[in-house]
Design a protein around this ligand. Structure first.
Ligand code: FAD
Length: 603
């Protein structure tokens, strides 16, 4: 029985996965969904299949009104209030369930996934998390029910990744009762149909921006640009928003003056992990469509699914899916547990949720990058499996590919998130929240010692994979540890090195999540029942070892020379060495044959 006390004892802090071993029993997997969660998943899937998927073509033809209509229906079903506390008209469900809804709502079209994410995440969360009691009572119930819709105005023409550099101004009136906001916001999702904007503006010459809740009233100096012509998410409303001396009562300031950048960043942490979830079902549907097509399409008198070249694609697509969902739900449960621990210690829901998500900000960035790139690669291979038909707008691969592209850009570009992941880890190490120094020193010492020539016993399933994972963590510690020593705070200027370190970090987290899920499931369901899952885990790790080898090499030669470089490259060889090289072709065949036989993504 899981109690707060034993969760508290075992839970790792954000980023600690790198230096601490997680017993497989401690990870949450999609096989652990409760009955309530399974019901929620089925009802969202049914909603998508009934209300969204059949109207796919209208979404591609930029039917913005349809997006609004579907969002209202989602509100009627209670889906917009999943994460909102009951006191404000929501369902107050746990973090895992909110991730599950983001996951399955993403299945049909990126337009709805974006509208849903912008409204429930960055459009509503800043008020639930930072609003005063009055602000929450006034706005949140309307947003939770879908009576009103929200949008988030951070980006400006001159302030994208550098979000704190915005020029929008907020000037206090002489009588001190309202702020007058003027400025131009860009790329605002849901702008065309929203009732409330979360707007970030600067007061005087403050270092940091301030957040405001602004009701959408065209009579109050608010006007919109035309809908942007976009590559994908065609029915998601994206417009510029102009504020011209818009009067906002002082009581609509969010949190305190100058706190806006913090609000914006924390809202984005939550947004990032939910965005990762919102790529998952999109990916399942791409796999489902691809395998069905591959089974039906005959060339050379053979279903193309039987060709090795196609099998390899199907196997890799299923593998990245399996790994992505393993990692997303693992992190989601960590966040949920952290929130529950904080609430048991007397934190309000607001404080608990903020701190709970902030704790795992590293994992949120990792997931955002990894899963957004998975859906991109997967839909690209989906097009390839469809051949010429994949290039046609008459098949769903084309829109899946276009819709996937945005996920690498918004909620912080993948470059920014890669740098953030490593940057936050280094900061946590400096604060003593994650002990990186001693393990990094231990690895440095190991490099100069004679390696063991014992032959370990790897007969137990996943034992060699776990040993390799432990060594991959040493690769990160070796590269990042030496880089920090070499450059100190100037490390942030060495972006290519940071990006390489980040890729190593990402691969470790993703591979570990798959290993732990499969290990847990082998223990309870037996190895035979998990043979394809085992194969996917092994295949992922094999690819991860390759990526890590390449990235580590790149990093090492960028800052180490002579003997130091030779020693680190030798260490890298040692840390990435298999005793028993997996036969990846056989692994791919096994995975592809299962997916093809089931004619869908079956895991
Ligand atoms: C469809 C869509 C919907 C959106 N919805 C919203 C919304 O609802 N609300 C909102 O506020 N914003 C929204 N955005 C804006 C989005 O968050 C930004 O586009 C994104 O943060 C990137 O900013 P930018 O476009 O100005 O690119 P830039 O910041 O100019 O970046 C351009 C390139 O330079 C790189 N780069 C930038 N800075 C650095 C650096 N320091 N080091 C290394 N590389 C760097 C980037 O990674 C990128 O590759 C949306 C955008 C789109 C396209």
């Amino acid at each position: 029985m899981e109690t707060i006390d034993n969760i508290k004892e075992n839970i790792l802090r954000g980023g600690q996965f790198l230096v601490k071993e997680t017993p497989c029993e401690d990870v949450f997997t999609p096989e652990d969904f409760s009955e309530e969660q399974k019901m929620m998943k089925e009802s969202v899937k049914e909603f998508v299949d009934r209300e969204i998927w059949p109207l796919k073509e209208r979404f591609e033809k930029k039917d913005y009104a349809l997006t609004e209509e579907i969002m209202r229906k989602a509100g009627e079903m209670g889906l917009l209030g999943i994460a909102v506390p009951e006191a404000y008209g929501g369902l107050g469900m746990g973090f895992v369930t909110t991730m599950l809804v983001c996951d399955y709502i993403s299945g049909a079209t990126g337009s709805i996934a974006t509208a849903f994410g912008a409204h429930t995440g960055i459009g509503t969360m800043p008020i639930t998390l930072y609003g005063t009691e009055e602000q929450r009572q006034k706005y949140v119930p309307k947003l939770a029910s879908g009576e009103w819709f929200g949008a988030y105005c951070l980006t400006e023409p001159g302030a994208g990744s550098d979000a704190n550099s915005g020029k929008t101004k907020a000037v206090l009136s002489e009588d001190g009762t309202y702020y007058s906001i003027s400025g131009q916001k860009m790329w605002i999702s849901n702008a065309g149909f929203c009732n409330v904007f979360i707007v970030f503006a600067r007061i005087e010459d403050d270092k940091n921006i301030t957040g405001f809740i602004v009701e959408n009233d065209p009579e109050n100096g608010i006007s919109l640009g035309e809908e942007e012509h976009k590559l994908g998410i065609h029915s998601s409303s994206t417009r510029q928003v102009f504020f011209n001396e818009t009067k906002v009562p002082v009581e609509n300031m969010l949190s305190e003056r100058g706190n806006g950048f913090k609000i914006a960043m924390n809202a984005l942490n939550v947004g990032r992990i939910k965005l990762a979830a919102a790529c998952l079902d999109a990916q399942r549907r791409v796999i489902d469509g691809s395998v069905k097509y591959a089974n039906e399409r005959i060339q050379f008198k053979t279903p193309i699914a039987k060709f090795g070249a196609i099998k390899a694609k199907i196997a890799e697509m299923a593998t990245s899916m399996y790994v992505g969902e393993s990692a997303c739900y693992r992190a989601a449960k960590n966040i949920e547990d952290r929130i529950n621990i904080r609430m048991s210690e007397g934190n309000t829901h607001q404080e608990a949720e903020l701190k709970g998500v902030e704790e795992y900000a590293i994992e949120c960035s990792i997931l955002k990058v990894a899963v957004s790139e998975d859906i991109q690669n997967c839909s690209d291979e989906g097009i390839q499996i469809f051949g010429g038909m994949g290039f046609s707008a008459d098949t769903p691969m084309e829109s899946a590919w276009r819709d996937a592209r945005i996920s690498r850009i918004y909620e912080g570009t993948n470059e920014i998130n890669r740098m953030l992941a490593v940057g936050m880890l280094v900061k946590k190490a400096m604060k003593g929240h994650v002990q990186l120094l001693e393990p990094a020193m231990a690895v440095a010492n190991e490099l100069t010692s004679i390696p063991s020539f014992d032959t370990p016993d790897y007969s137990e399933a996943l034992s060699e994979e776990k040993a390799i994972l432990a060594k991959l963590k040493k690769v990160f510690l070796m590269v990042a540890g030496s880089a920090v020593q070499k450059y100190g705070p100037a490390l942030e200027e060495h972006q290519q090195l940071l990006m390489a370190a980040s890729d190593i970090l990402i691969e470790i987290y993703m591979a570990e999540s798959a290993i732990l899920r499969t290990e847990k499931n082998i223990k309870r369901f037996g190895e035979e029942a998990q043979k394809e899952q085992l194969a996917m885990t092994q295949l992922y790790l094999y690819n991860a070892v390759d990526t890590i080898t390449k990235k580590a090499k790149e990093g090492i030669v960028s800052f180490a020379e002579g003997d130091e470089q030779r020693m680190m490259l030798m260490g890298l060889k040692r840390f990435t060495k298999y005793q028993n090289m997996p036969n990846v072709v056989a692994l791919r065949n096994l995975i592809a044959e299962k997916v093809t036989a089931e004619n869908t993504y079956p895991f």
